[in-house]
Design a protein around this ligand. Structure first.
Ligand SMILES: [Zn+2]
Length: 157
């Protein structure tokens, strides 16, 4: 199951390269690992503040099940969710977030936002160093390419 999910995540981050979006992907799965929805980050592509991979995957999932009650589902993301996405994940009653790469900019804030006494959302890190290194290098290459092109729209990362 992990290999299948990983291949989908890799394909999705590849898709961001056409639009110069930060290579981040998300998949929503059920307990058996069946994929309900999948998406990549399309913020630059659609010039949108909110089209992070997680929001896109959630929107597609809600369309498919015709409900925003996604208690039976988990979300797998290549990057630890930002505050906006974590908020949306909570609003959708997702049971678990499984993320691959730590988000050093927003991760600590994200963890603080979650009140462990009231939130039922489980947050798990996908513990596989090779997988983590793959997505870290995708992110690093992305920002290095931007800097090489003299583009600093994302600032220093
Ligand atoms: Zn986000």
């Amino acid at each position: 199951m992990k290999k299948k999910l990983l291949n989908i995540l890799k394909d999705l981050t590849e898709q961001t390269k056409n639009s110069q979006d930060i290579p981040v992907a998300a998949i929503i799965i059920d307990d058996d690992g069946n994929v309900l929805s999948q998406a990549c980050n399309t913020r630059v592509k659609n010039n949108s503040l909110i089209e992070h991979a997680e929001i896109n995957a959630l929107t597609s999932a809600v369309d498919k099940v015709k409900s925003f009650h996604l208690e039976k589902y988990k979300i797998v993301t290549t990057l630890e969710p930002c505050l906006m996405c974590l908020g949306a994940i909570e609003q959708a009653y997702i049971s678990e977030v499984i993320y691959i790469v730590d988000n050093h900019k927003l991760g600590p804030l994200t963890c603080q936002m979650l009140d462990k006494s009231t939130s039922r959302l489980k947050i798990t890190k996908w513990n596989d160093i090779e997988v983590e290194e793959y997505f870290i290098s995708e992110l690093k290459n992305f920002f290095k390419n931007l800097r090489d092109q003299g583009d600093d729209k994302y600032g220093r990362n």
